[in-house]
Ligand binder design. Structure first.
Ligand code: ADE
Length: 205
């Protein structure tokens, strides 16, 4: 799931252009014994299996060898909720991130001792941290200089810290099933167009 997504769209472009470097680390590589065990039954009983601390520490310590200063992040609904200004801070910090994707509530609690920051992508629960980690990576990577491309996009982006996202846009055809493109946009009056665009910025919910 992770490799496939990192290999598409903006994230692919960013790594191809060496603006960002991704290392995907498979926890099983740090599993115990010949069967590379990564989970076990919980002490005190209960359903399901828990991700064990040794493989997790193994994977994170391995990652720290690659980047000793990296910040270690756990994706969890119990974390601080991701927003645009957080993404902006990560993007401008130039810091490496080690993002640990766990099964929701399915890990040995002692892993928290190696975590610097917990991040949630919203007030709902997913089965694992993979999709949240990809959301985090995407929000950050698209803000890195050179990734977005195009002056206009970058200019619009500069407003987004105030919760403003871009104005409505249209392309051909000029009329579709009775829905017309606002006439000012096809008027050729640049000052009027700019005025319309400025008046029609939308706000994030
Ligand atoms: N893991 C499960 N649900 C999550 C969420 N909402 N945010 C981050 N990680 C999660």
């Amino acid at each position: 799931m992770i490799k496939e997504t990192l290999n598409s769209s903006m994230m692919f472009k960013a790594s191809k252009n060496e603006i960002v470097n991704f290392e995907v680390i498979d926890l099983r590589q740090f599993g115990l014994g010949p069967r590379k065990q990564v989970d076990d039954t919980p002490y005190g009983g209960g359903d399901g299996m828990l991700m064990m601390i040794e493989p997790i520490f193994g994977a994170i310590e391995h990652s720290k060898k690659l980047s000793p200063e990296a910040e270690v992040i756990l994706m969890t609904p119990a974390g601080d909720t991701l927003n645009q200004s957080m993404a902006r801070d990560f993007a401008s910090s130039n810091k490496d991130l080690i993002i640990f994707c766990a099964h929701y509530e399915g890990y040995d609690e002692r892993i928290l001792s190696i975590i610097d920051k917990k991040i949630s992508i919203g007030n709902y629960v997913l089965t694992g941290g993979e999709l949240p980690a990809l959301v985090l990576v995407d929000t950050i990577v698209r803000l890195l200089p050179g990734v977005l491309g195009g002056e206009k996009s970058a200019e619009i982006e500069s407003f987004s810290q105030d919760g403003i996202i871009e104005y409505p846009q249209y392309t051909k055809p000029r009329e579709f099933r009775g829905m017309e493109v606002p006439s000012v946009l096809v008027s050729g009056h640049h000052a009027e167009i700019e005025k319309w665009q400025n008046e029609n910025y939308r706000h994030q919910n």
